[in-house]
Design a protein around this ligand. Sequence first.
Ligand code: C2E
Ligand code: MG
Ligand code: MG
Length: 587
Amino acid sequence: MDVTENLARERQLKLAAKVFDNASEGILITDADAQIIAVNPAFCKITGVAPESALGRVSRMFKSSLDSNEFNRDMLMSLEVNGHWQGELTDRRASGEHYPAWLSISAVREECGAISNYVGVFSDITGRKEAEERLYFLANHDPLTRLPNRSLLHQNLSHALARAKLGAQQLAVLFIDLDRFKTINDTLGHDAGDRLLQEVSARLKCCARSSDTIARLGGDEFTVIMEAFPDSQTVVNVAERILAVLSQPVSLQMRDYYVTCSIGIALYPNDGQDAQTLLKNADVAMYRAKELGKNNYQFFSKEMNAAAFEHLLMENSLRQALDKGEFEIHYQAQVELQQNRIIGLEALVRWRHPEHGLISPTRFIPLAEENGLIVPLGEWVLEQACLQARIWQNLGFPPIRMAVNLSPRQFQPHGLIKAVRRALDRSDLDPQWLELEITEGMIMRNAEEAIQIMSELKKMGVQLAIDDFGAGYSSLYNLKRFPIHNLKIDRTFIEGLPKDGDDAAIAEVIIAMAKKLGLKVIAEGVENNAQLAFLREQGCDLVQGFMFSKPLPGDEVEQLFRNLGIYQDEYQAVLPLSVQTNYTEVV
Ligand code: C2E
Ligand code: MG
Ligand code: MG
Protein backbone atom coordinates (compact mmCIF):
# COMPACT_ATOMS: atom_id res chain seq x y z
CA MET A 1 0.00 0.00 0.00
CA ASP A 2 1.28 3.44 -0.85
CA VAL A 3 1.14 5.38 2.42
CA THR A 4 2.82 8.54 1.12
CA GLU A 5 -0.41 10.50 1.38
CA ASN A 6 -1.15 9.16 4.85
CA LEU A 7 2.32 10.03 6.03
CA ALA A 8 2.01 13.53 4.63
CA ARG A 9 -1.35 14.01 6.36
CA GLU A 10 0.10 12.70 9.60
CA ARG A 11 2.97 15.18 9.38
CA GLN A 12 0.49 17.94 8.72
CA LEU A 13 -1.59 16.91 11.74
CA LYS A 14 1.47 16.82 13.96
CA LEU A 15 2.44 20.27 12.77
CA ALA A 16 -1.03 21.57 13.40
CA ALA A 17 -0.97 20.07 16.88
CA LYS A 18 2.37 21.75 17.57
CA VAL A 19 1.02 25.11 16.45
CA PHE A 20 -2.10 24.55 18.55
CA ASP A 21 -0.01 23.70 21.64
CA ASN A 22 2.61 26.40 21.26
CA ALA A 23 0.61 29.38 20.01
CA SER A 24 0.73 32.38 22.33
CA GLU A 25 -2.91 33.12 21.42
CA GLY A 26 -5.61 31.19 23.19
CA ILE A 27 -7.37 28.80 20.83
CA LEU A 28 -10.62 26.99 21.40
CA ILE A 29 -12.58 24.75 19.10
CA THR A 30 -16.29 24.10 19.46
CA ASP A 31 -18.77 21.93 17.70
CA ALA A 32 -21.65 23.34 15.69
CA ASP A 33 -23.57 23.92 18.94
CA ALA A 34 -20.80 26.04 20.42
CA GLN A 35 -19.79 23.35 22.89
CA ILE A 36 -16.07 23.42 23.53
CA ILE A 37 -14.27 20.33 22.26
CA ALA A 38 -10.66 21.44 22.48
CA VAL A 39 -8.60 24.21 24.12
CA ASN A 40 -4.87 24.90 23.91
CA PRO A 41 -2.45 25.62 26.76
CA ALA A 42 -2.52 29.37 26.01
CA PHE A 43 -6.31 29.31 26.49
CA CYS A 44 -5.75 27.89 29.98
CA LYS A 45 -2.98 30.33 30.72
CA ILE A 46 -4.98 33.39 29.70
CA THR A 47 -8.32 32.41 31.19
CA GLY A 48 -7.05 30.41 34.16
CA VAL A 49 -9.61 27.73 33.28
CA ALA A 50 -8.39 24.11 33.32
CA PRO A 51 -9.07 22.05 30.14
CA GLU A 52 -11.38 19.60 31.94
CA SER A 53 -13.58 22.47 33.20
CA ALA A 54 -13.77 24.00 29.76
CA LEU A 55 -14.51 20.93 27.66
CA GLY A 56 -18.17 20.21 27.05
CA ARG A 57 -19.34 23.70 28.07
CA VAL A 58 -20.92 26.28 25.78
CA SER A 59 -18.33 28.85 24.83
CA ARG A 60 -18.86 32.37 26.05
CA MET A 61 -17.40 33.81 22.90
CA PHE A 62 -20.74 33.93 21.16
CA LYS A 63 -22.45 35.85 23.92
CA SER A 64 -23.25 39.46 23.26
CA SER A 65 -22.10 40.49 26.72
CA LEU A 66 -20.35 38.83 29.62
CA ASP A 67 -23.32 38.37 31.83
CA SER A 68 -26.08 37.77 29.34
CA ASN A 69 -27.13 34.57 27.71
CA GLU A 70 -28.08 36.28 24.53
CA PHE A 71 -26.13 35.38 21.45
CA ASN A 72 -24.46 38.14 19.55
CA ARG A 73 -26.63 38.24 16.45
CA ASP A 74 -24.26 40.34 14.35
CA MET A 75 -21.48 37.90 15.06
CA LEU A 76 -23.58 34.86 14.14
CA MET A 77 -24.76 36.56 10.97
CA SER A 78 -21.23 37.41 9.97
CA LEU A 79 -20.09 33.85 10.63
CA GLU A 80 -22.99 32.49 8.61
CA VAL A 81 -22.40 34.81 5.67
CA ASN A 82 -18.62 35.37 5.65
CA GLY A 83 -17.49 32.43 7.75
CA HIS A 84 -15.53 34.89 9.90
CA TRP A 85 -15.86 37.49 12.65
CA GLN A 86 -13.41 39.48 14.68
CA GLY A 87 -13.60 42.16 17.31
CA GLU A 88 -12.84 43.30 20.81
CA LEU A 89 -14.69 42.07 23.87
CA THR A 90 -14.33 41.86 27.59
CA ASP A 91 -13.76 38.38 28.99
CA ARG A 92 -13.49 37.08 32.52
CA ARG A 93 -10.73 34.95 33.95
CA ALA A 94 -11.42 32.08 36.34
CA SER A 95 -10.38 34.40 39.15
CA GLY A 96 -13.28 36.66 38.25
CA GLU A 97 -11.00 39.40 36.90
CA HIS A 98 -12.11 41.03 33.66
CA TYR A 99 -9.71 41.61 30.82
CA PRO A 100 -9.95 42.98 27.30
CA ALA A 101 -9.56 40.39 24.54
CA TRP A 102 -9.19 40.51 20.82
CA LEU A 103 -11.08 37.58 19.37
CA SER A 104 -11.34 36.17 15.89
CA ILE A 105 -13.72 33.29 15.10
CA SER A 106 -13.87 31.19 11.97
CA ALA A 107 -16.60 28.75 11.01
CA VAL A 108 -15.45 25.36 9.68
CA ARG A 109 -17.78 23.82 7.12
CA GLU A 110 -18.34 20.27 6.01
CA GLU A 111 -18.24 19.40 2.34
CA CYS A 112 -22.01 19.66 2.20
CA GLY A 113 -21.71 23.23 3.47
CA ALA A 114 -23.09 22.79 6.96
CA ILE A 115 -21.05 24.35 9.79
CA SER A 116 -19.29 21.62 11.75
CA ASN A 117 -17.04 23.61 14.07
CA TYR A 118 -16.02 27.06 15.22
CA VAL A 119 -12.40 27.97 15.91
CA GLY A 120 -11.77 30.93 18.17
CA VAL A 121 -8.36 32.55 18.47
CA PHE A 122 -7.97 35.27 21.07
CA SER A 123 -5.34 37.28 22.84
CA ASP A 124 -5.19 39.29 26.05
CA ILE A 125 -4.79 42.89 24.97
CA THR A 126 -4.51 44.39 28.48
CA GLY A 127 -0.97 45.66 27.76
CA ARG A 128 -1.97 47.35 24.51
CA LYS A 129 -5.05 48.85 26.15
CA GLU A 130 -2.98 50.20 29.02
CA ALA A 131 -0.51 51.74 26.61
CA GLU A 132 -3.39 53.32 24.71
CA GLU A 133 -4.89 54.63 27.91
CA ARG A 134 -1.55 56.02 29.03
CA LEU A 135 -1.20 57.83 25.75
CA TYR A 136 -4.73 59.17 26.03
CA PHE A 137 -4.05 60.30 29.59
CA LEU A 138 -0.82 62.00 28.62
CA ALA A 139 -2.47 63.79 25.73
CA ASN A 140 -5.36 65.01 27.87
CA HIS A 141 -3.88 65.75 31.27
CA ASP A 142 -1.40 68.11 32.75
CA PRO A 143 1.61 66.04 33.83
CA LEU A 144 2.33 68.17 36.92
CA THR A 145 -1.06 68.14 38.62
CA ARG A 146 -2.61 65.21 36.71
CA LEU A 147 -5.68 67.38 36.16
CA PRO A 148 -7.44 67.49 32.77
CA ASN A 149 -5.69 69.92 30.42
CA ARG A 150 -7.16 72.51 28.07
CA SER A 151 -7.99 69.95 25.41
CA LEU A 152 -9.93 67.65 27.76
CA LEU A 153 -11.58 70.68 29.37
CA HIS A 154 -12.98 71.66 25.98
CA GLN A 155 -14.24 68.11 25.35
CA ASN A 156 -15.83 67.90 28.79
CA LEU A 157 -17.33 71.35 28.49
CA SER A 158 -18.99 70.63 25.16
CA HIS A 159 -20.41 67.37 26.52
CA ALA A 160 -21.61 69.14 29.64
CA LEU A 161 -23.20 71.86 27.47
CA ALA A 162 -25.02 69.25 25.43
CA ARG A 163 -26.38 67.71 28.64
CA ALA A 164 -27.36 71.11 30.04
CA LYS A 165 -29.22 71.95 26.81
CA LEU A 166 -31.07 68.67 26.85
CA GLY A 167 -32.04 68.95 30.48
CA ALA A 168 -32.71 72.72 30.30
CA GLN A 169 -30.27 73.16 33.17
CA GLN A 170 -27.70 75.78 34.12
CA LEU A 171 -23.98 75.23 33.93
CA ALA A 172 -21.19 77.25 35.52
CA VAL A 173 -17.64 77.89 34.35
CA LEU A 174 -15.29 79.15 37.08
CA PHE A 175 -12.02 80.68 35.95
CA ILE A 176 -9.45 80.70 38.75
CA ASP A 177 -6.15 82.56 38.69
CA LEU A 178 -3.66 82.61 41.55
CA ASP A 179 -2.86 86.12 42.73
CA ARG A 180 0.83 86.16 43.43
CA PHE A 181 2.10 82.99 41.86
CA LYS A 182 4.75 84.75 39.82
CA THR A 183 6.33 86.22 42.92
CA ILE A 184 6.63 82.80 44.54
CA ASN A 185 7.97 81.27 41.36
CA ASP A 186 10.49 84.06 40.94
CA THR A 187 11.67 84.16 44.52
CA LEU A 188 11.54 80.50 45.60
CA GLY A 189 12.26 78.86 42.26
CA HIS A 190 10.32 76.63 39.92
CA ASP A 191 10.38 73.54 42.13
CA ALA A 192 8.57 75.42 44.87
CA GLY A 193 6.21 76.86 42.25
CA ASP A 194 5.45 73.34 41.02
CA ARG A 195 4.77 72.09 44.51
CA LEU A 196 2.46 75.01 45.13
CA LEU A 197 0.49 74.20 41.97
CA GLN A 198 0.16 70.58 43.07
CA GLU A 199 -1.08 71.67 46.47
CA VAL A 200 -3.56 74.07 44.89
CA SER A 201 -4.94 71.38 42.61
CA ALA A 202 -5.34 68.98 45.54
CA ARG A 203 -7.26 71.64 47.45
CA LEU A 204 -9.43 72.49 44.45
CA LYS A 205 -10.43 68.83 44.21
CA CYS A 206 -11.84 69.02 47.72
CA CYS A 207 -14.06 71.97 46.79
CA ALA A 208 -15.97 70.46 43.90
CA ARG A 209 -18.01 67.32 43.44
CA SER A 210 -16.31 64.40 41.74
CA SER A 211 -18.59 64.84 38.73
CA ASP A 212 -17.37 68.42 38.20
CA THR A 213 -14.40 68.95 35.91
CA ILE A 214 -11.36 70.67 37.40
CA ALA A 215 -8.78 71.49 34.76
CA ARG A 216 -5.47 73.30 34.62
CA LEU A 217 -5.24 75.58 31.64
CA GLY A 218 -1.54 76.19 32.10
CA GLY A 219 0.50 78.47 34.32
CA ASP A 220 -1.49 79.34 37.40
CA GLU A 221 -4.89 79.18 35.71
CA PHE A 222 -7.49 76.61 36.68
CA THR A 223 -11.05 76.03 35.55
CA VAL A 224 -13.98 74.31 37.22
CA ILE A 225 -17.09 73.23 35.31
CA MET A 226 -20.14 72.74 37.50
CA GLU A 227 -23.19 70.89 36.24
CA ALA A 228 -26.69 70.20 37.48
CA PHE A 229 -26.73 72.51 40.49
CA PRO A 230 -30.01 73.64 42.05
CA ASP A 231 -29.35 77.43 42.07
CA SER A 232 -26.56 79.96 41.75
CA GLN A 233 -26.14 79.99 45.53
CA THR A 234 -24.45 76.60 45.08
CA VAL A 235 -21.93 78.22 42.76
CA VAL A 236 -21.37 81.01 45.27
CA ASN A 237 -20.74 78.40 47.96
CA VAL A 238 -18.15 76.62 45.82
CA ALA A 239 -16.41 79.90 44.93
CA GLU A 240 -16.31 80.87 48.60
CA ARG A 241 -15.00 77.47 49.57
CA ILE A 242 -12.24 77.77 46.97
CA LEU A 243 -11.26 81.21 48.30
CA ALA A 244 -11.24 79.83 51.82
CA VAL A 245 -9.18 76.68 51.21
CA LEU A 246 -6.66 78.45 48.99
CA SER A 247 -6.08 81.18 51.56
CA GLN A 248 -4.80 78.60 54.05
CA PRO A 249 -1.00 78.79 54.30
CA VAL A 250 1.10 76.55 52.07
CA SER A 251 4.32 75.25 53.52
CA LEU A 252 7.24 75.65 51.13
CA GLN A 253 10.89 75.31 52.06
CA MET A 254 10.01 75.11 55.77
CA ARG A 255 8.03 78.32 55.75
CA ASP A 256 4.37 79.18 55.42
CA TYR A 257 3.30 81.16 52.37
CA TYR A 258 -0.04 82.72 51.68
CA VAL A 259 -1.51 82.66 48.21
CA THR A 260 -4.95 83.83 47.24
CA CYS A 261 -6.86 83.59 43.99
CA SER A 262 -9.30 85.58 41.89
CA ILE A 263 -12.33 83.83 40.43
CA GLY A 264 -14.51 84.78 37.46
CA ILE A 265 -17.81 82.98 36.88
CA ALA A 266 -19.88 82.66 33.70
CA LEU A 267 -23.21 80.84 33.61
CA TYR A 268 -24.87 78.95 30.78
CA PRO A 269 -27.23 79.97 29.21
CA ASN A 270 -27.21 83.64 30.33
CA ASP A 271 -23.55 84.49 29.78
CA GLY A 272 -22.91 82.37 26.71
CA GLN A 273 -24.26 79.49 24.70
CA ASP A 274 -21.00 77.89 23.62
CA ALA A 275 -17.79 76.77 25.28
CA GLN A 276 -15.64 79.54 23.86
CA THR A 277 -17.90 82.40 24.92
CA LEU A 278 -18.36 80.97 28.40
CA LEU A 279 -14.62 80.57 28.92
CA LYS A 280 -13.91 84.05 27.59
CA ASN A 281 -16.55 85.67 29.77
CA ALA A 282 -15.39 83.79 32.87
CA ASP A 283 -11.91 85.13 32.08
CA VAL A 284 -13.25 88.68 31.77
CA ALA A 285 -15.00 88.33 35.14
CA MET A 286 -11.77 87.00 36.64
CA TYR A 287 -9.92 90.15 35.48
CA ARG A 288 -12.61 92.22 37.12
CA ALA A 289 -12.05 90.28 40.35
CA LYS A 290 -8.34 91.14 40.08
CA GLU A 291 -9.13 94.79 39.51
CA LEU A 292 -11.32 94.81 42.58
CA GLY A 293 -8.35 93.95 44.73
CA LYS A 294 -7.91 90.19 44.13
CA ASN A 295 -8.92 87.38 46.54
CA ASN A 296 -12.59 87.59 45.49
CA TYR A 297 -15.01 86.19 42.95
CA GLN A 298 -17.11 87.99 40.35
CA PHE A 299 -20.03 86.89 38.23
CA PHE A 300 -19.80 87.99 34.62
CA SER A 301 -21.96 90.91 33.49
CA LYS A 302 -22.44 92.45 30.05
CA GLU A 303 -20.89 95.78 31.07
CA MET A 304 -17.68 93.96 31.94
CA ASN A 305 -17.45 92.73 28.41
CA ALA A 306 -17.58 96.24 27.02
CA ALA A 307 -14.85 97.32 29.42
CA ALA A 308 -12.70 94.30 28.56
CA PHE A 309 -13.12 94.97 24.87
CA GLU A 310 -12.08 98.56 25.31
CA HIS A 311 -9.11 97.37 27.31
CA LEU A 312 -8.00 95.05 24.53
CA LEU A 313 -8.56 97.64 21.86
CA MET A 314 -6.59 100.21 23.80
CA GLU A 315 -3.78 97.86 24.59
CA ASN A 316 -3.25 96.96 20.96
CA SER A 317 -3.28 100.49 19.63
CA LEU A 318 -1.43 101.82 22.68
CA ARG A 319 1.60 99.72 21.81
CA GLN A 320 1.86 101.41 18.43
CA ALA A 321 0.85 104.89 19.50
CA LEU A 322 4.36 105.98 20.48
CA ASP A 323 5.87 105.02 17.12
CA LYS A 324 2.96 106.63 15.30
CA GLY A 325 3.49 109.89 17.20
CA GLU A 326 -0.03 109.92 18.67
CA PHE A 327 0.98 111.28 22.08
CA GLU A 328 1.05 114.96 22.85
CA ILE A 329 1.76 117.02 25.92
CA HIS A 330 -0.44 119.67 27.45
CA TYR A 331 0.84 122.10 30.04
CA GLN A 332 -0.94 123.41 33.11
CA ALA A 333 0.16 126.61 34.80
CA GLN A 334 1.32 126.73 38.41
CA VAL A 335 0.76 130.12 39.98
CA GLU A 336 2.79 131.55 42.83
CA LEU A 337 0.36 133.26 45.20
CA GLN A 338 2.46 135.98 46.81
CA GLN A 339 3.43 137.61 43.56
CA ASN A 340 0.61 136.35 41.37
CA ARG A 341 2.87 134.98 38.74
CA ILE A 342 3.21 131.79 36.77
CA ILE A 343 6.38 130.12 37.88
CA GLY A 344 5.83 126.63 36.58
CA LEU A 345 4.03 124.34 34.18
CA GLU A 346 3.10 120.73 34.70
CA ALA A 347 3.53 118.53 31.63
CA LEU A 348 0.52 116.21 31.26
CA VAL A 349 0.49 113.65 28.50
CA ARG A 350 -2.52 112.95 26.24
CA TRP A 351 -3.16 110.40 23.55
CA ARG A 352 -4.70 111.68 20.35
CA HIS A 353 -6.36 108.50 19.13
CA PRO A 354 -7.26 108.57 15.41
CA GLU A 355 -10.79 107.31 16.13
CA HIS A 356 -11.50 108.01 19.79
CA GLY A 357 -10.10 111.53 19.90
CA LEU A 358 -8.19 112.89 22.85
CA ILE A 359 -7.79 110.26 25.59
CA SER A 360 -7.05 111.16 29.20
CA PRO A 361 -3.94 109.76 30.87
CA THR A 362 -6.10 108.36 33.67
CA ARG A 363 -7.36 105.87 31.11
CA PHE A 364 -4.17 104.81 29.38
CA ILE A 365 -1.39 105.32 31.97
CA PRO A 366 -2.51 102.31 34.06
CA LEU A 367 -2.45 100.20 30.89
CA ALA A 368 0.95 101.53 29.88
CA GLU A 369 2.18 100.68 33.37
CA GLU A 370 0.86 97.17 33.03
CA ASN A 371 2.44 96.46 29.68
CA GLY A 372 5.70 98.32 30.27
CA LEU A 373 5.14 101.02 27.65
CA ILE A 374 5.27 103.59 30.42
CA VAL A 375 9.08 103.52 30.45
CA PRO A 376 9.67 104.62 26.84
CA LEU A 377 6.57 106.84 26.99
CA GLY A 378 7.77 108.49 30.20
CA GLU A 379 11.18 109.11 28.69
CA TRP A 380 9.57 110.64 25.65
CA VAL A 381 7.49 113.00 27.83
CA LEU A 382 10.58 113.94 29.83
CA GLU A 383 12.57 114.77 26.75
CA GLN A 384 9.75 116.67 24.99
CA ALA A 385 8.96 118.70 28.10
CA CYS A 386 12.62 119.69 28.53
CA LEU A 387 12.87 120.62 24.86
CA GLN A 388 9.71 122.71 25.06
CA ALA A 389 10.95 124.54 28.15
CA ARG A 390 14.19 125.33 26.38
CA ILE A 391 12.42 126.45 23.20
CA TRP A 392 10.29 128.93 25.17
CA GLN A 393 13.42 130.28 26.82
CA ASN A 394 15.01 130.67 23.40
CA LEU A 395 11.92 132.54 22.21
CA GLY A 396 12.53 135.07 24.94
CA PHE A 397 9.94 134.04 27.52
CA PRO A 398 11.22 134.24 31.09
CA PRO A 399 12.39 130.80 32.26
CA ILE A 400 9.69 128.67 33.86
CA ARG A 401 9.98 125.45 35.84
CA MET A 402 8.76 122.36 33.98
CA ALA A 403 7.22 119.62 36.15
CA VAL A 404 7.17 116.09 34.75
CA ASN A 405 5.30 113.13 36.28
CA LEU A 406 7.16 109.89 36.87
CA SER A 407 5.69 106.43 37.02
CA PRO A 408 6.84 103.87 39.63
CA ARG A 409 8.31 101.78 36.84
CA GLN A 410 10.57 104.63 35.80
CA PHE A 411 11.79 105.15 39.32
CA GLN A 412 14.82 102.85 39.00
CA PRO A 413 18.39 103.74 40.03
CA HIS A 414 20.12 103.43 36.67
CA GLY A 415 17.41 103.94 34.09
CA LEU A 416 16.04 107.13 35.59
CA ILE A 417 19.31 108.98 36.17
CA LYS A 418 20.42 108.16 32.65
CA ALA A 419 17.10 109.24 31.12
CA VAL A 420 17.12 112.54 33.02
CA ARG A 421 20.69 113.25 32.01
CA ARG A 422 19.93 112.49 28.39
CA ALA A 423 16.83 114.72 28.36
CA LEU A 424 18.78 117.60 29.90
CA ASP A 425 21.71 117.13 27.49
CA ARG A 426 19.58 116.93 24.39
CA SER A 427 17.50 119.98 25.29
CA ASP A 428 20.39 121.89 26.81
CA LEU A 429 18.05 122.87 29.65
CA ASP A 430 19.52 124.06 32.95
CA PRO A 431 18.55 121.36 35.52
CA GLN A 432 17.09 123.95 37.91
CA TRP A 433 14.13 124.34 35.50
CA LEU A 434 13.21 120.68 35.66
CA GLU A 435 11.04 119.27 38.44
CA LEU A 436 10.16 115.59 38.79
CA GLU A 437 6.87 114.59 40.44
CA ILE A 438 6.90 111.34 42.33
CA THR A 439 4.25 109.76 44.53
CA GLU A 440 4.42 108.58 48.12
CA GLY A 441 4.05 104.94 47.14
CA MET A 442 7.16 105.12 44.99
CA ILE A 443 9.42 106.24 47.79
CA MET A 444 7.88 104.21 50.60
CA ARG A 445 8.27 100.89 48.79
CA ASN A 446 12.03 100.91 49.08
CA ALA A 447 12.98 103.94 51.08
CA GLU A 448 16.76 103.40 51.03
CA GLU A 449 16.89 103.03 47.28
CA ALA A 450 14.55 105.99 46.84
CA ILE A 451 16.79 108.21 48.97
CA GLN A 452 19.74 107.20 46.86
CA ILE A 453 17.97 108.02 43.58
CA MET A 454 16.61 111.29 44.91
CA SER A 455 19.97 112.40 46.28
CA GLU A 456 21.54 111.72 42.92
CA LEU A 457 18.89 113.82 41.19
CA LYS A 458 19.28 116.59 43.71
CA LYS A 459 23.02 116.61 43.11
CA MET A 460 22.30 117.09 39.43
CA GLY A 461 20.32 120.22 40.35
CA VAL A 462 16.88 118.82 39.52
CA GLN A 463 13.90 119.68 41.77
CA LEU A 464 11.68 117.05 43.34
CA ALA A 465 8.01 117.17 44.28
CA ILE A 466 5.70 114.72 46.01
CA ASP A 467 2.52 114.46 43.95
CA ASP A 468 -0.97 113.71 45.28
CA PHE A 469 0.19 114.04 48.87
CA GLY A 470 -2.25 112.73 51.44
CA ALA A 471 -3.70 110.10 49.16
CA GLY A 472 -0.99 107.58 50.00
CA TYR A 473 0.09 106.20 53.30
CA SER A 474 3.31 107.99 54.14
CA SER A 475 3.58 110.39 57.00
CA LEU A 476 4.92 113.90 57.03
CA TYR A 477 7.45 112.75 59.56
CA ASN A 478 8.83 110.24 57.07
CA LEU A 479 9.18 112.95 54.46
CA LYS A 480 11.92 114.58 56.55
CA ARG A 481 14.28 111.89 55.36
CA PHE A 482 13.75 112.62 51.69
CA PRO A 483 15.50 115.37 49.73
CA ILE A 484 12.39 116.97 48.27
CA HIS A 485 11.47 120.57 47.57
CA ASN A 486 7.75 120.69 46.97
CA LEU A 487 4.61 119.01 48.21
CA LYS A 488 1.47 118.84 46.08
CA ILE A 489 -1.69 118.43 48.17
CA ASP A 490 -4.00 115.89 46.55
CA ARG A 491 -6.97 117.35 44.75
CA THR A 492 -9.44 115.37 46.85
CA PHE A 493 -8.60 117.51 49.90
CA ILE A 494 -9.01 120.74 47.96
CA GLU A 495 -12.42 119.80 46.58
CA GLY A 496 -14.37 120.35 49.79
CA LEU A 497 -12.63 123.54 50.84
CA PRO A 498 -13.48 125.51 52.80
CA LYS A 499 -16.86 124.07 53.89
CA ASP A 500 -15.83 120.47 54.51
CA GLY A 501 -14.35 120.49 58.00
CA ASP A 502 -12.19 117.40 57.48
CA ASP A 503 -10.74 118.64 54.20
CA ALA A 504 -10.05 122.02 55.75
CA ALA A 505 -8.33 120.45 58.77
CA ILE A 506 -6.18 118.17 56.59
CA ALA A 507 -5.17 120.96 54.20
CA GLU A 508 -4.35 123.22 57.13
CA VAL A 509 -2.17 120.60 58.84
CA ILE A 510 -0.35 119.63 55.64
CA ILE A 511 0.46 123.27 54.88
CA ALA A 512 1.59 124.04 58.43
CA MET A 513 3.79 120.97 58.76
CA ALA A 514 5.27 121.28 55.27
CA LYS A 515 6.33 124.79 56.14
CA LYS A 516 8.05 123.52 59.26
CA LEU A 517 9.91 121.01 57.12
CA GLY A 518 10.97 123.78 54.77
CA LEU A 519 8.89 122.51 51.84
CA LYS A 520 6.84 124.60 49.42
CA VAL A 521 3.18 123.58 49.13
CA ILE A 522 1.23 123.40 45.88
CA ALA A 523 -2.54 122.96 45.98
CA GLU A 524 -3.88 120.99 43.02
CA GLY A 525 -7.33 121.29 41.48
CA VAL A 526 -8.20 124.80 42.61
CA GLU A 527 -11.45 125.67 40.88
CA ASN A 528 -13.00 128.59 42.70
CA ASN A 529 -12.44 131.74 44.74
CA ALA A 530 -13.53 130.23 48.05
CA GLN A 531 -10.85 127.54 47.81
CA LEU A 532 -8.29 130.11 46.77
CA ALA A 533 -9.14 132.42 49.66
CA PHE A 534 -8.80 129.58 52.17
CA LEU A 535 -5.46 128.47 50.75
CA ARG A 536 -4.11 132.00 50.74
CA GLU A 537 -5.08 132.41 54.34
CA GLN A 538 -3.29 129.21 55.33
CA GLY A 539 -0.16 130.38 53.60
CA CYS A 540 -0.17 127.95 50.68
CA ASP A 541 2.63 128.86 48.28
CA LEU A 542 1.38 127.78 44.88
CA VAL A 543 -1.87 126.82 43.23
CA GLN A 544 -2.75 124.89 40.11
CA GLY A 545 -6.24 124.34 38.76
CA PHE A 546 -8.96 125.05 36.25
CA MET A 547 -9.62 128.39 37.93
CA PHE A 548 -6.39 129.67 36.41
CA SER A 549 -5.95 127.46 33.41
CA LYS A 550 -6.72 124.01 32.15
CA PRO A 551 -3.83 121.99 30.76
CA LEU A 552 -3.22 123.57 27.32
CA PRO A 553 -1.41 122.51 24.15
CA GLY A 554 1.96 124.20 23.61
CA ASP A 555 0.75 126.85 21.15
CA GLU A 556 -2.03 127.93 23.47
CA VAL A 557 0.43 128.22 26.35
CA GLU A 558 2.43 130.59 24.16
CA GLN A 559 -0.74 132.54 23.44
CA LEU A 560 -1.39 132.73 27.19
CA PHE A 561 2.11 134.05 27.82
CA ARG A 562 1.68 136.73 25.17
CA ASN A 563 -1.76 137.73 26.51
CA LEU A 564 -0.27 138.15 29.93
CA GLY A 565 2.37 140.39 28.53
CA ILE A 566 5.07 138.14 29.76
CA TYR A 567 7.33 139.46 27.02
CA GLN A 568 7.65 142.86 28.68
CA ASP A 569 8.57 142.99 32.31
CA GLU A 570 8.49 140.07 34.71
CA TYR A 571 5.95 137.22 34.61
CA GLN A 572 3.27 139.25 36.29
CA ALA A 573 -0.08 137.54 35.92
CA VAL A 574 -3.46 139.03 36.65
CA LEU A 575 -5.53 136.53 38.57
CA PRO A 576 -7.46 134.70 37.44
CA LEU A 577 -5.60 134.05 34.26
CA SER A 578 -7.83 133.92 31.27
CA VAL A 579 -7.19 132.79 27.81
CA GLN A 580 -9.45 132.57 24.80
CA THR A 581 -9.27 128.99 23.74
CA ASN A 582 -11.28 126.84 21.39
CA TYR A 583 -9.76 123.77 22.97
CA THR A 584 -12.05 121.34 24.72
CA GLU A 585 -10.75 118.30 26.40
CA VAL A 586 -12.26 114.88 25.82
CA VAL A 587 -12.15 112.76 28.94
P1 C2E B 1 -1.58 114.59 38.40
O1 C2E B 1 -0.11 114.56 38.18
O2 C2E B 1 -2.05 114.73 39.80
O3 C2E B 1 -2.13 115.73 37.48
C1 C2E B 1 -3.14 116.60 37.82
C2 C2E B 1 -4.43 116.22 37.17
O4 C2E B 1 -5.45 117.04 37.71
C3 C2E B 1 -4.44 116.44 35.69
O5 C2E B 1 -5.25 115.44 35.11
C4 C2E B 1 -5.14 117.78 35.56
O6 C2E B 1 -5.77 117.97 34.32
C5 C2E B 1 -6.14 117.68 36.67
N1 C2E B 1 -6.59 118.97 37.11
C6 C2E B 1 -5.87 120.11 37.18
N2 C2E B 1 -6.59 121.12 37.67
C7 C2E B 1 -7.81 120.64 37.94
C8 C2E B 1 -9.02 121.20 38.45
O7 C2E B 1 -9.10 122.38 38.80
N3 C2E B 1 -10.09 120.38 38.61
C9 C2E B 1 -10.03 119.10 38.25
N4 C2E B 1 -11.13 118.34 38.41
N5 C2E B 1 -8.91 118.51 37.74
C10 C2E B 1 -7.82 119.28 37.58
P2 C2E B 1 -4.75 114.64 33.89
O8 C2E B 1 -4.01 115.50 32.95
O9 C2E B 1 -5.90 113.88 33.40
O10 C2E B 1 -3.69 113.66 34.52
C11 C2E B 1 -4.08 112.69 35.38
C12 C2E B 1 -2.91 111.95 35.94
O11 C2E B 1 -2.23 111.23 34.94
C13 C2E B 1 -1.85 112.87 36.53
O12 C2E B 1 -2.25 113.25 37.79
C14 C2E B 1 -0.67 111.96 36.52
O13 C2E B 1 -0.69 111.12 37.64
C15 C2E B 1 -0.89 111.13 35.30
N6 C2E B 1 -0.04 111.62 34.22
C16 C2E B 1 -0.25 112.60 33.36
N7 C2E B 1 0.79 112.75 32.51
C17 C2E B 1 1.71 111.83 32.87
C18 C2E B 1 3.03 111.47 32.42
O14 C2E B 1 3.59 112.05 31.49
N8 C2E B 1 3.66 110.44 33.04
C19 C2E B 1 3.07 109.78 34.09
N9 C2E B 1 3.74 108.79 34.67
N10 C2E B 1 1.86 110.10 34.55
C20 C2E B 1 1.18 111.12 33.96
MG1 MG C 1 1.36 115.45 38.67
MG1 MG D 1 -1.45 115.30 41.35
